[in-house]
Design a protein around this ligand. Sequence first.
Ligand code: 4G4
Length: 221
Amino acid sequence: MKFDILTLFPEMFDSLKESIIGRAIEKHLIEIDITNIRDFSKDKHKKVDDTPYGGGAGMVIRPDIVYDAYKSVKDEKAKVIYMSPKGKVLDQKKVKELANEEHLIIICGHYEGIDQRVLDEIVDEEISIGDYVLTGGEIPAMVLIDSVSRYVEGVLNKDSIIEESFSNNLLEYPQYTRPEEFRGVRVPEVLLSGHHENIKKWREEQSLNITRKNRPDLLNR
Ligand code: 4G4
């Protein structure tokens, strides 16, 4: 799976070199190519933005510069995604859908966003990671890449994918490891019993309880 990222802040993506995603890159299971939109400025000061027509605060990124950056990575088969607080909110179902794509081109906005004309021309899907505003689309792009990469064959071991939050519309049960007693609190006895049927029942109960408490909306789906 290939991810092309169009951004004004390429260094922000350095953290993807760590941990599981970093390993997936080294193993060539995924490829992440970063394009600096600023490289396509024709201006001697490398300016990429300008004031909004109609007035208002802030700056808007010019459409011609974004279009030239897009042309440099363009591929008819790629799906083009714009990270934006106005997008459809990402969920695990959408993550799985995107994991079936061969090539994603992800555009990160900044300032007041990007001129609408180039978005209308090239973007297939506008996606938000939640109902809050950030200074740029880079962190949302990393959230998308991380969540989608988990579904690429070989990135995770298979069991971790099946038993996780949302896979059955429930949140995950709590996990425990050694020591058996920590600050006077013992690991729930059932987990030490070796009784697999009871363990399964206890975990389902715990899942239901935490979902009722934190995400009752998930129970009516
Ligand atoms: C596009 C338009 C995504 C991108 C405006 C991006 C939150 C999300 C941005 C902006 C983002 C999200 C600067 C408001 C960048 N903020 N929820 N900011 N803004 O996925």
